[in-house]
Design a binder for this molecule. Structure first.
Ligand SMILES: NC(=O)c1ccc[n+]([C@@H]2O[C@H](COP(=O)([O-])OP(=O)(O)OC[C@H]3O[C@@H](n4cnc5c(N)ncnc54)[C@H](O)[C@@H]3O)[C@@H](O)[C@H]2O)c1
Length: 286
């Protein structure tokens, strides 16, 4: 998926002024993370795009044989650099403590500061609780939650250094409502919201704000996998996709750029912390 790039930094609006800021996007090689990295770069930020090359299970990489998150991140950084923006790709696994430590120290070496961290990585899997193995449950919970903890933990010192910064975590509409065959994913995404609220309280006096975004249904590599799982016998994938649309009150799928707009806003909204904000066409409206 590629996003149309403009030719120069954009003016500040509701999405704030990110010119010269250092922004780390973990999981920025593909999907919404990529759109977030591109949006910050277009606004003049110095972007570090971190992604992992392969994860240890089929469902972590959505059964694809040619996936490579770091290769994708390298491609995005190259494209942005060629267009005059500032971006660097770094290989990192958010679930691995040593890898996260090394990532933060690379950011420090490269730029000597850190203003915004976006935890845009995530994994999913489909299975009923009754049939789910503990290993599957653990993999999905860890793949969505451990990295949010690790990246936040090791980024805090650098974020605080220049008077404060901001963390934006990716939860989901599945962090607001339960969905069949996604108990592990829902548990993790509800967990991201709880973690976000607690860390926001801890860091409020240190100037670090922590918020979460809750996207609805966006057709990324994650949905390529989910469509394989949710398509019913006799139904095509496109028919299944249209069936998903009926779950959205506005009957419109969200685009990665819709979520990127919210991330930019949260990264610059000086009084907003501890919040989880949905971009889901009304799916989670109470
Ligand atoms: N696509 C949707 O409809 C949807 C809806 C709600 C929430 N989300 C959440 O939004 C986030 C982004 O999803 P997406 O659809 O863009 O997914 P995606 O699969 O297109 O992109 C995720 C990126 O994160 C990377 N990644 C995964 N695990 C990683 C790790 N441990 N360390 C570093 N990088 C890692 C992947 O390699 C990939 O490049 C995820 O947290 C996802 O759970 C997605």
């Amino acid at each position: 998926m590629s996003t149309q790039l403009d030719s120069g930094p954009q003016a500040a609006g509701p999405q704030g002024d990110h010119h010269g800021k250092v922004v780390l996007v973990v999981g920025g090689g593909r999907g919404m993370g990529r759109a977030v990295a591109e949006a910050f770069a277009r606004r003049g930020a110095r972007v570090v795009i971190a992604d992992v090359d392969r994860l240890a299970s089929a469902y972590n990489q959505y059964r694809s044989t040619d996936t490579g998150g770091f290769a994708a991140a390298t491609e995005v950084a190259k494209e942005l650099t060629e267009q005059g923006f500032e971006a660097t790709a770094v290989a990192a696994n958010a679930s691995d403590e040593n890898s996260v430590r090394a990532l933060i120290s690379t950011v420090d070496d490269l730029h000597g500061r850190l203003d915004t961290v976006v935890n845009a990585f995530g994994v999913t899997h489909v299975g009923s609780v009754e049939k789910m193995e503990l290993a599957e449950f653990t993999k999905v919970v860890e793949g969505n939650l451990n990295g949010v903890f690790l990246v936040s933990k090791y980024a805090l010192e650098l974020l605080r250094a220049d008077g404060g910064g901001s963390i934006v975590n990716f939860s989901s509409v599945s962090g607001r409502s339960g969905f069949v065959k996604m108990a592990h994913y829902c548990a993790a995404k509800f967990g991201v919201i709880g973690f976000t609220a607690a860390l926001a309280q801890e860091e409020a006096r240190n100037g670090v704000r922590v918020n979460a975004v809750c996207p609805g249904i966006i057709r990324t590599t994650m949905w390529d996998y989910l469509l394989e799982e949710f398509t019913r016998p006799g139904e095509t994938k496109e028919e299944c996709w249209e069936r998903m649309r009926t779950m959205i009150p506005q009957r419109q799928f969200q685009q990665p750029e819709d979520v990127a707009d919210l991330v930019l806003y949260l990264a610059s909204a000086r009084q907003v912390t501890g919040q989880a904000v949905s971009v889901d066409g009304g799916m989670s409206a109470p």
